[in-house]
Structure formats: C-alpha cells, structure tokens
Ligand binder design. Structure first.
Ligand code: ADP
Length: 169
C-alpha cells in the first residue's frame, strides 16, 4: 500500500521512482540520554533525509529489554546489557525510507566504538561496546518486530515531509 499513490490508483509512470520503503527502530540508549546526545543522534538521521514516524522518551521495563535482546540471552554480557538498557530513559524512534535499515547501520557504525569509523555515531561519540549510545535494527524484519515491541498502535505518524521532492527525483 505504501508504494501506491495516495488515491490508491496505480500509476505506471511512478514505478521508476518507487523503491521498497522500509522501517527501522533506532534507540538512543541511556548513556546517550545521560550524556546529552539525543539531539545530535536524531540530527544525524534527520539530516541524511530519512522520515521520522515515531519518537518518545521512555523508561524501559526489564521484560521489554529482555524481549528486545532475546537473541543474546545466552551471552555472558546479557544481564549487564539488560541492566544498562533499563538504567535510565531511552529515546525510541521509528524511521522510514528506502534502504533505511542498512543505511542507519552505516550511520551508527560498528558495535565496538573503537572499531567504528570516524564519522559514524559510535565512531564519533563512544569508546566502549557496553556504552555504545545507540541501537539500530539489523534487518527490515527486525525493524518491523522492534517497532511493534516499542511502540503502541496510534504512536506512529504518517505524514508527507515538505522536502520529499528535493530528496528523490
Ligand atoms: P549491535 O547493537 O551493533 O547490533 P549486537 O546485536 O551484537 O550489536 O549487540 C547488541 C548490544 O549488546 C550492543 O549494541 C551492545 O550494547 C551489547 N553488547 C554486545 N556485545 C557486547 C559485549 N561483548 N560486551 C558488552 N556489551 C555487548
């Protein structure tokens, strides 16, 4: 439905500019909030040209943190990871755009901030894996799953950014 125009009528001349729209879940972790990096981190995605469709400050309960990171629950660092993510408010975001999942991962940089390239969020703003300031979904499927976990129905907004025609031909 996202790839049809707003009337729902299929227009062949629009096909060339239609790319698969994806969603990703981005989260400023508690260290990012405590260090005053919320604006800086949001700004990186905003300036790139992706569309913000969900945003909130939120104190994460333990069961949600465990569900979000369930694939890592056998790792030795799992208890500390849950403690970290629940240690203070986080900023939850849903971003939309063609290619947004992989592009956001590039903007974020490697899991270990010392390996992350300068210019990336972790490369510029963090020094340790256990305090790497931001999360980004690793696949379109996980993007959908995580947005479903962190946002309730009615918390996401669909809107048309005024700059859309200046971002894509
Ligand atoms: P990413 O967040 O880059 O997708 P992973 O999915 O591998 O990375 O890990 C999820 C999060 O778990 C990391 O961002 C980091 O906060 C934490 N983490 C991963 N590995 C370690 C580790 N060895 N020690 C401490 N925390 C870790």
């Amino acid at each position: 439905a996202r790839n049809s125009n707003e009337t729902g009528i299929f227009l062949p001349h629009l096909v060339a500019s239609m790319e698969q729209v994806e969603e990703t879940y981005i989260m400023v972790k508690p260290d990012g909030v405590q260090r005053g990096l919320v604006g800086e981190i949001i700004s990186r995605f905003e300036k790139k040209g992706f569309k913000l469709i969900g945003l909130k400050l939120f104190q994460c309960p333990k069961d949600l943190a465990e569900e979000h990171y369930k694939d890592l629950n056998s790792k030795p660092f799992f208890p500390k990871l849950i403690e970290y993510i629940t240690s203070g408010p986080v900023v939850c975001m849903a971003w939309e755009g063609a290619g947004v999942v992989a592009s956001a991962r590039k903007l974020i940089g490697s899991t270990d901030p010392l390996q992350a390239e300068p210019g990336t969020i972790r490369g510029d703003l963090a020094v340790q894996t256990g305090r790497n300031v931001v999360h980004g979904s690793d696949s379109p499927e996980n993007g959908k799953r995580e947005i479903g976990l962190w946002f309730k129905e009615g918390e996401l907004c669909q809107w048309t950014p005024a700059q859309a025609q200046w971002l894509r031909e």
